[in-house]
Design a protein around this ligand. Structure first.
Ligand code: SF4
Ligand code: F3S
Length: 106
């Protein structure tokens, strides 16, 4: 499956959700995750993310391995999102900042 990684946090652009054919994105307060049991590896979401936060499970950036388990855990708790909405208000400022995992809200 594909995985949403750290740079989504506090940006949440939501362009990704519109293209998923199997509705596997789930929404939390400031982050989205992919349900690994639903993702069919179609690859459509990866180029849609303005924050380049989506990667195949086997190719997540070094140091972000924890996001594989986080996508599985949080997708079970958060509701499905299928419609694009406005990004978070300070998305541009947060795009690319390091250490955003500390700001993940559940
Ligand atoms: Fe959805 Fe395809 Fe992205 Fe998986 S790879 S989350 S099925 S758009
Ligand atoms: Fe997040 Fe990128 Fe989707 S910032 S909400 S993974 S478009």
């Amino acid at each position: 499956p594909f995985v949403v990684t750290e740079n989504c946090i506090k940006c949440k652009y939501t362009d990704c959700v519109e293209v998923c054919p199997v509705d596997c994105f789930h929404e939390g307060p400031n982050f989205l995750v992919i349900d690994p049991d639903e993702c069919i590896d179609c690859t459509l979401c990866e180029p849609e993310c303005p924050a380049n936060a989506i990667f195949p499970e086997d190719d997540v950036p070094a140091g972000q391995e924890a996001f594989v388990a986080l996508n599985a855990e949080l997708s079970a708790a958060w509701p499905v999102i299928t419609t694009r909405k406005d990004p978070l208000p300070d998305a541009e400022e947060w795009d690319g900042k390091p250490g955003k995992l500390d700001h993940l809200e559940r």
